[in-house]
Each structure stands twice: as C-alpha cells, then as structure tokens.
Write a protein of this length. Structure first.
Length: 206
C-alpha cells in the first residue's frame, strides 16, 4: 500500500461521512455511550475539570456530554460537515484534522475519547497515530478506544475503510505504542459474546 493509496482510502472514507453527515447525526444522536464515557473518566487522576479530546467527534453528541459534566472538551474530525455541526451544537473548540496528519500540542490532554474511530486507520498507519495520541496526553493521561471487533482483517465496508481487530492484536498494538492497559470490555453489556460486536479498552500513557 503506497502513501497515495493511504490518502485515497482516507479521503474516500471521509467522503462517505461528508455525504451522509445529517443522516449519521440523526441516526446516532440517541446512542447511549455513557458506559464508555464513565470508563474514561474514572481512570483520570487529579481534580476535575479535565481537558478531554474527542477524537473523531462526529456531530458532537459526546462533546455535549463531557461539557455538561463540567469538563473542557475539544473535538477533532476530518469531515467538514461534522466539524461545523459539532461547533454549532456545542460551542466547543473543534479541530479540523485528519487522523493521519494529527498536529496536537504535547502533553495537553487528561483524556482522549476515541469512540468508534480508530478502526478507520489503515493498520500500517496505526502505530504512528497511536504514538501521536500518546504524546498528546499528559504523563498519566488516559486513552479510551472502542471499535467494532473482528479477526484482524481489513478492507472496505461499502465506501468506508476499516480494520477489525481481536483483543490480543489490539492489545499488542497499544502496548507497542507505549500504553498500559487499565481495562477492557465488550459491548453491549449483558449479552452473549457473539452478540457483542464492540471491543472497548482503556489505557494509561505509560
Ligand atoms: C463511526 S464515526 C464515530 C463518530 C463519534 N465518535 C460517535 O461515536 O458517534 C467515525 C468518525 O471518524 C471520522 N473520521 C474517519 N476517518 C477519519 C480520518 N482519517 N481523519 C479524521 N476523522 C476521521 C468521521 O468523520 C466520523 O466522525
């Protein structure tokens, strides 16, 4: 896979979100991810309010929640319609950046919330992205990730690109980038494993 391919993958995936931004907002507005938000916040040390980066914030549902809880939330997304929607819906600072070209200040966030986003990063780029997130966290800062899981295959799902990891492989990727595991779980809660497509995990900057 060349750099050009990687760029094309990113753009095609973002084009899908750009074209379907309103439908995505309306379809995900009521998704309950409070379990994930709590999992991030309970591991952050020190006194609130915390500075949280919502990576791939989409239209801003979770920025709104973090703000309502009294934290300082900053969004980031590569799809312009989402950047606009998230700013309008929340009044938060929202960075327009792509995951493969992150430009974040060092040691500046207590927590990073990556809900349903990192699986869009082609596997060969994942380590670089994770290392940038690692250095954007304060020394004992916390990263939350949730992704649809799989058997470590990657490719196109319609016009969105994805990589679907199992737990051992995901853990290996995060540990390689310097993170230390805090917890992991499967979602939705309370169902048999074969009905839990989501793998959530929480990490401390090591
Ligand atoms: C499945 S949505 C998740 C949105 C939100 N976090 C949520 O939980 O509803 C994936 C998000 O990642 C963004 N995204 C995908 N690939 C990206 C890339 N390469 N750079 C920046 N944002 C990207 C999309 O625009 C979209 O907002």
């Amino acid at each position: 896979m060349s750099d050009l391919d990687t760029q094309a993958i990113t753009e095609r995936t973002l084009d899908d979100y750009r074209a379907n931004a309103e439908a995505f907002r309306d379809g995900t507005r009521d998704h309950d991810v409070s379990q994930n938000i709590e999992a991030l916040l309970r591991h952050i040390r020190g006194e609130a309010p915390f500075r949280i980066l919502d990576l791939g914030c989409g239209p801003g549902r979770d920025l709104k929640t973090f703000t309502a809880l009294g934290h300082v939330a900053v969004g980031l997304d590569g799809a312009e319609p989402f950047v606009r929607m998230a700013r309008e819906a929340t009044g938060c600072e929202v960075l327009h950046q792509q995951f493969l070209a992150l430009d974040l200040p060092a040691a500046s966030f207590d927590g990073i919330f990556a809900n349903a986003v990192l699986f869009h990063v082609p596997s060969r780029e994942l380590d670089g992205v994770l290392r940038k997130l690692h250095s954007a966290l304060r020394p004992d800062g916390v990263l939350f990730t949730s992704n649809p899981r799989g058997d470590n295959q990657e490719g196109w799902s319609g016009t969105r690109y994805g990589a679907w990891y199992d737990w051992p492989t995901w853990r290996q990727c995060l540990e390689k980038a310097g993170f230390v595991e805090l917890e992991h779980y499967y979602r939705p809660a309370g169902l048999p494993r074969d009905q839990q497509p989501w793998l959530a995990s929480v990490w401390r900057r090591g």
